[in-house]
Ligand binder design. Structure first.
Ligand code: PSV
Ligand code: MN
Length: 399
């Protein structure tokens, strides 16, 4: 694709940021709290707004319930607060994994009263989506078992199908459901939704408004994620992404920090599908929701989110610059070396100036990280937040 066409598409690129990416987080060994990290939903929205102001491409914020509030919160007020700062509420993520009642699962739990409670948590999230103007419910389950024989696989599958169907039937008009999978953790023997195939199976039974969400950290070592992406695109069931990077397990590191070529290859599949003659495929590809799902345990949260946004923007730019016609010719003539060189040429292109130009045209910063570091906002937030809440505490989870 030529530079002009690439720029037009880059101007339309949008990536959601998660509220929990601005809060203190850690590992099971501990959390090293940052004074400036957000501790309330308003502060998370303030930080997301800062990132959007600097990059121009992150206008929505994903919420996690109950981390960010309860059914009784003033959701109209939250949506207003966000809008006043130039952002909007994005996907709503019900959390049915941390309460004591979910010890043996949520939708897979043998106890019908626990399953009902989990369904209610989803219905509450549907209401929150309606109140905040969100059109996406994003689902991930920690459900699974730790020991052979602990529960019956097929019984759990049936429970999942029944509960998901209840939620699907209650989706607000025009909303869709994204179903995430993860092959292990916190369950270590089996996970109820371990892979894209199981998620796709569930989505196919539910209906068109249920689509698969690919979290790049949720696969075994060596798994070919770009192939999964191509398959889901072809089935018109790719709902969205959670971008992050991993070296060993679900490490939630900054996207691009470990294998930038993998992200590039994922984007080439998306770009190709977006150029396909099949209109239905192009439309389905246009619906794909992009988000980060990362834990900035040691990096400054806003800086790490800026770094992530810049990386994804640059990677998309590189994928747009691939000569797909020449690639097809090389593929059809089985010229392996030439095909790979065509990809590498685009991957090695320096797209920093192009992306800076795009950000400037969007009214954002040509160099967001330098602008943020020079702004004094980092120090100001730390001062104000310590004055408001006291010293940041060391704990666990997203506090
Ligand atoms: C699970 O590891 C996950 O990736 C899900 O997307 C959750 O929503 C998120 O992390 C936060 O727990
Ligand atoms: Mn995720």
């Amino acid at each position: 694709m030529d530079l002009k066409a690439a720029k037009t598409l880059l101007l339309r690129q949008r990536i959601e940021v998660p509220s929990w990416g601005f809060a203190n987080s850690g590992t099971r060994f501990g959390t090293f709290a940052q004074d400036g990290a957000a501790r309330t939903l308003e502060e998370k929205l303030d930080d997301a707004a800062t990132v959007h102001r600097l990059t121009g491409i992150t206008p929505t914020v994903a919420l996690h319930i109950p981390w960010d509030g309860s059914p009784d919160s003033d959701w109209d007020g939250v949506a207003r607060y966000a809008a006043e700062r130039g952002v909007a509420i994005g996907s709503i993520n019900p959390n049915v994994f941390q309460d004591q009642c979910y010890k043996f699962g949520s939708f897979g739990n043998p106890d019908a009263s626990v399953r009902q409670r989990a369904v209610q948590a989803h219905l509450d999230c549907c209401a929150i989506a309606e109140a905040t103007g969100s059109d996406t419910i994003s689902l991930w389950y920690a459900d699974g078992t730790n020991y052979p024989g602990q529960d019956d696989f097929r019984a759990r599958k049936h429970r999942f199908e029944a509960c998901l169907a209840e939620v699907y039937a209650a989706l607000p008009a025009g909303a869709r459901m994204l179903l995430e999978y993860k092959f292990f953790e916190p369950a270590f023997y089996h996970t109820d939704l371990p892979d894209w195939g199981t998620s796709l199976l569930m989505c196919s039974k539910l209906g068109e408004r249920a689509q698969v969400l690919v979290d790049t950290g949720h696969h075994p070592q060596g798994c070919n994620i770009e192939h999964i992406v191509a398959t889901l695109l072809d089935e018109k069931r790719l709902g969205g992404f959670h971008f992050n990077a991993r070296k060993y397990a679900d490490d939630d590191l900054t996207v691009g920090s470990i294998d930038p070529y993998e992200t590039f290859l994922i984007f080439t599949e998306l770009v190709k599908a977006g150029l396909d003659p099949d209109e239905e495929l192009r439309t389905a590809t246009g619906r794909v929701a992009y988000m980060f799902d990362q834990s900035h345990n040691l990096k400054h949260k806003i800086e790490a989110t800026l770094q992530s946004a810049l990386f994804v923007q640059q990677t998309y730019a590189k994928a747009l610059l691939v000569d797909y016609k020449a690639l097809r010719v090389a593929q059809d003539s089985c010229d392996l070396l030439q095909a790979e060189e065509i990809l590498r040429a685009a991957f090695n292109a320096d797209v920093r100036a192009l992306c800076a130009e795009v950000r400037s045209e969007l009214g954002a910063e040509a160099d967001p990280i330098a602008a943020y570091r020079a702004s004094g906002l980092k120090e100001q937030a730390a001062r104000e937040r310590v004055a408001r809440h006291g010293e940041a505490v060391v704990g666990s989870g997203y506090q």
